[in-house]
Unconditional design. Structure first.
Length: 287
């Protein structure tokens, strides 16, 4: 068997009606849960992943698009056909392989993606990162499911530094990698400033300012362009006033700044957001 330890034992060949917070007791909005119009079932394959059985030939595994992530990739609260890996498979007419675990940390996601890259060498890996404060137990003797759902005791700054290392590590592998965040990865104001900066910045400009002081200390030429050419200097100042620290985030990650709809549990997203995500994955694959 290829990747023999890539398995979630408690889910092997399981069928569940509910999973995690996708239940009436644990959901975030009981009325939404009860009025959700689509039937949902959680069917796990012989490796414990919410996916069909994986191909057995190396060639088929290499041709597939490997999707790695946490519960947003599992598709908690969604029918299987609404999950973004399934929407992607339908859109590009290519088999996707879903390697995801609810509660997964970014270290688990990176570790498994690197293992897939080194063992399978697929043409494409798509990663949807988890929350940066999620950690896993350092005890590698434990199964993946037992190591998950630990909360970081570090500062947000240290968590961000660690995540940036993982992003670079994935981008530097030889495979084609597409990287995405999950919703609420960062405050809305951070995304707005980053989006503004990336949409107008000249190649000679520095990285996105992270504080109001850094904005004020920009070269006069850039401030003049922001004020007179784009008319955005005051708008950026107002965003800093609402959220004074803007993360200097890598441009190669697709940031999901909002949900277009809600899954049954009223935490994860549903089909409309999944389609939005796949639009951007397709665009990244083309370029």
């Amino acid at each position: 068997m290829i990747l023999p330890d890539l398995i979630l034992p408690s889910r092997v060949n399981q069928y569940w009606k509910y999973s995690g917070i996708d239940s009436l007791d644990q959901c975030y909005d009981k009325e939404h849960f009860q009025n959700y119009p689509y039937p949902i079932e959680y069917v796990y394959n012989s490796r414990g992943f919410r996916d069909a059985e994986w191909p057995t030939s190396l060639k088929e595994l290499q041709e597939a698009v490997w999707c790695v992530g946490d519960s947003f990739t599992v598709g908690i609260g969604q029918p299987l056909e609404h999950t973004w890996p399934n929407v992607l498979a339908q859109r590009i007419n290519t088999r996707t392989i879903n390697v995801s675990m609810d509660g997964a940390s970014n270290h688990w996601i990176c570790r498994r993606a690197l293992e897939i890259a080194n063992t399978i060498n697929p043409k494409t890996i798509v990663i949807m990162w988890s929350y940066i404060h999620r950690q896993e137990s350092p005890n590698s003797l434990l199964a993946d499911e037992q190591r998950r759902l630990l909360t970081s005791i570090q500062s947000h700054h240290e968590d961000m530094k660690q995540w940036l290392v993982l992003v670079d590590r994935m981008q530097n592998i030889s495979n084609k990698v597409v990287q995405l965040s999950i919703p609420e990865f960062m405050p809305k104001e951070q995304i707005e400033v980053l989006d503004i900066w990336q949409s107008i910045k000249d190649p000679s400009w520095p990285c996105c300012p992270q504080t109001l002081k850094e904005l004020e200390n920009l070269p006069s030429r850039i401030k003049k362009e922001l004020k007179e050419l784009h008319g955005l200097f005051d708008d950026i100042k107002k965003l800093f006033a609402r959220n004074h620290t803007i993360a200097n985030l890598p441009a190669n990650v697709i940031y999901i700044n909002e949900r277009l709809d809600w899954a049954r549990d009223h935490h994860h997203f549903d089909i409309l957001t999944a389609q939005w995500v796949v639009d951007r994955i397709e665009n990244q694959l083309r370029t």
